[in-house]
Each structure stands twice: as C-alpha cells, then as structure tokens.
Ligand binder design. Structure first.
Ligand SMILES: Cc1cc2nc3c(=O)[nH]c(=O)nc-3n(C[C@H](O)[C@H](O)[C@H](O)COP(=O)(O)O)c2cc1C
Length: 365
C-alpha cells in the first residue's frame, strides 16, 4: 500500500515523501528576474520543512513572456549564478527542487515587457482586443526559449523542470479552443492545439537527455465556455504518454478568473469541495500511466492519505498552505496532523502585487 512518507523515484530523482510544493509565484525576485537572498531562504525553509519536492514559482523563459512583477526569470545565462545559489541552498538542507518554466502568452504583462502580448490568437475582451496571434517564427522561437531555459535549469543544478501548460498562460492558451482560434497546424483540432506543447516537451527532452526529470502542469479543465474540458485533458495526456514526460501535475481554471475577479474559475478556486479536481484525477488514473501530482484545495492530512491509499493520485501537491506554514509537512510527519491553517481566501496575492512578496496576511493566533 502506498503511504505518504515512503521513498519514490521519478526518473533519476529520488523523493523522500509524496508531498510537492506546487509552483507559487513568490513576488520576491529582483525586477530583472534574478534571485534574491529572500527567495532563496524561502526555498531553503521549505526544504527544512520536509517538502519532498519543491517546484519554484513560474520562471519566464523569454523577456516577452514575463507575466508578473518580481517574477523569477530563466531567460538568460546571466541569471545562472542566482539560480545556482538557490539549488545549492535547497540541496544543503536535504531538499529537492525543480524549476517551473513558463511564458505568459496573452497574459504577459505588457507594462513590464514593453511589448504587445502574443498568443495563439488575438483575444476579444470587453475592453477591446488583447494581444495578437503568434507568427510561425515566434512559435519556433518560443519552443527554443523553453528549451534553453530547461538547459539553464540543468546547469544551475535543479533536479528537473516542470513545463507550465496550465492556468490559461501560453501553452494552456494553445490547448484551449477558448483562446486558440487558429486554422493552421497549431489550431482547429486537439492534435493541432497540442502541437506546440509537444514540440516544447520533445525539444526539452532532447536537450536535457533521457535521465533528467521533465514534468508538466496542465489543466483538468479551464471552466470557460467553449474551452478545455476533461475529455480534452485525457486526449492531451494520452498524446504525452509517448513523449518522455515523467510526471503530470493536474490543476484547473485560468488566470482570467483572477482578472475578472471570479476566483471560482481561477486556478485557486474558492469552493466547498476539499479536492478541486478529484473527479478528473480519477478519470486520469484509469486511463493514463504517467505518475500524477494532484493540486487544488487539499488541506487535511487524512484526505492526503486517502487520496494516495485509494490511488487517486501518486503525489499531493500544495501551494497556499505552504505560504502560511512552510513547515506544514514536517508538522504532519511529526504526528501533529491537524488541518493546514490556510483558509484559501487568496489574500496572499495582494502583498505580492504590492511588491512586498507573497505571504499570509492573517495574524497567527
Ligand atoms: C500566490 C500564488 C502564486 C501562484 N503561482 C503559481 C505559479 O507560479 N505557477 C503555477 O503553476 N501555479 C501557481 N499558483 C497556483 C498554485 O500552484 C495551485 O495550483 C493553486 O493555488 C491551488 O492549490 P492550493 O489550493 O494548494 O493553493 C499560484 C497560487 C498562488 C496562491
């Protein structure tokens, strides 16, 4: 029977337990995306808190792909010294860390990038058109940017990479017919919508070699009218089965929900259910063989245990509770299995947006 604190492997990576810190934008990098001592000590704290696998906040793979202020970058070799410091401090603390690599697509932050956002297609909004459709050259340049970022991760000592294809950012936009209105080979059918993602996965795999852990994060559904649904997710993950992906993290919703103030369709949905994407995970496990990390709303130790024992997921991925309590996993391991203190209200975003770094604003009792 699988247990939460057993040792497992993902490709060449050995993990001490089944807990993953889901990628979390910390808002703690320098304006140019380089690491800061504060960001590195947070990673070290998570390692000391016995998180089995730390996934960094999303790191932008090219200047034009930056999506948030004080976001970590992976777009240049100039960033290598800081990234190397990060992996060294985590490894010294006995932890494992992988770099999440991302492009904002239509949700790139044009005030920060100084460029018009680009994505699969122009997006019509109530405020007018947003961004423009990428040219073939730009698509190929983006594949290269993801690949170079993955190689940088390897050079900096990360234990793997996670390609961000969830939450309505670039690759997730291509996957979803809500955003992707193309009628060339990158749109119009699920195979075409998956093409750029598959090109990124294959190109990264080629560049980092067979032994290096390459993971992806995708949506179970984006909850948008005419968007990406669970059947689409199953088709995409089936395509990925032969692509050399080592693990899949299943999430849901989009950043669009955050823009329009509706957290119910965002990736950090408020809701009654404990485990936001459990039904999708169950369908995934029935059909797909790639190890699964499930994220979203998981707050109770007993629920974590149930999910692993029942085979709903292989790994438990958690974001907001670790903002509140970086030592949560160690606490659970020590036998104090009270629920995570996090109340999932997303108030932690605000200090990040204000440039103070993401933290839990609620006073500890
Ligand atoms: C402040 C904040 C920043 C986030 N940044 C990222 C990110 O960089 N990449 C990503 O894939 N998801 C990001 N997420 C989403 C989380 O990884 C996670 O999928 C979501 O919060 C649901 O999990 P939870 O209920 O355990 O918080 C972020 C969430 C929060 C609250």
């Amino acid at each position: 029977m699988s247990t939460l604190f057993e040792t497992t492997t993902i490709n060449s990576l050995t993990l001490n337990n089944r807990f993953v810190r889901s990628a979390t934008w910390e808002g703690m990098a320098n304006p140019d995306g380089s690491c800061t001592p504060r960001l590195n000590s947070l990673m070290e704290e998570l390692a000391h808190g016995h998180v089995g696998l730390i996934i960094t906040g999303y790191a932008f793979v090219s200047r034009e792909g930056q999506a948030a202020p004080f976001q970590l970058g992976a777009y240049s070799d100039d960033l290598l010294p800081g990234l190397t410091e990060m992996t060294k401090s985590v490894h010294k603390a006995g932890g494992k860390i992988i770099l999440q690599i991302a492009h904002g697509g239509l949700f790139a932050h044009s005030q920060l990038t100084g460029q018009e956002p680009i994505g699969p297609s122009v997006m019509m909004t109530e405020q007018g058109p947003l961004g423009r459709a990428m040219t073939m050259g730009e698509i190929q340049r983006t594949v290269t940017a993801f690949t170079e970022a993955a190689v940088r991760a390897q050079k900096a000592g990360f234990d793997g990479v996670q390609i961000h294809a969830a939450h309505g950012y670039h690759l997730s936009q291509f996957l979803s017919p809500y955003f992707n209105k193309r009628n060339d080979e990158y749109g119009g059918s699920i195979e075409n919508q998956t093409r750029i993602f598959l090109e990124v996965v294959r190109s990264v795999r080629n560049a980092v070699g067979e032994k290096y852990p390459v993971m992806v994060k995708i949506n179970s559904a984006d909850f948008l009218d005419g968007g990406f649904n669970v059947d689409d997710m199953l088709q995409v993950t089936k395509i990925l089965e032969n692509s050399g992906v080592d693990a899949i993290e299943l999430s849901g919703g989009t950043i669009l929900g955050v823009y329009i103030g509706n957290f119910n369709i965002s990736f950090s949905r408020l809701g009654d259910s404990d485990v936001y994407y459990e039904e999708a995970a169950k369908r995934y496990k029935k059909e797909i063989g790639i190890p699964l990390m499930l994220v979203g709303g998981i707050r109770s130790y007993d629920v974590c245990k149930r999910l692993v024992v029942e085979g709903v997921t292989d790994y438990i991925s958690i974001s907001r509770p670790l903002i509140r309590e970086p030592g949560l996993i160690k606490r659970w391991e020590s036998g104090d299995t009270r629920d995570a203190e996090c109340i999932s209200d997303n108030a932690c975003f605000q200090p990040g947006i204000e440039g103070k770094g993401v933290y839990c604003i609620h006073v500890k009792q």
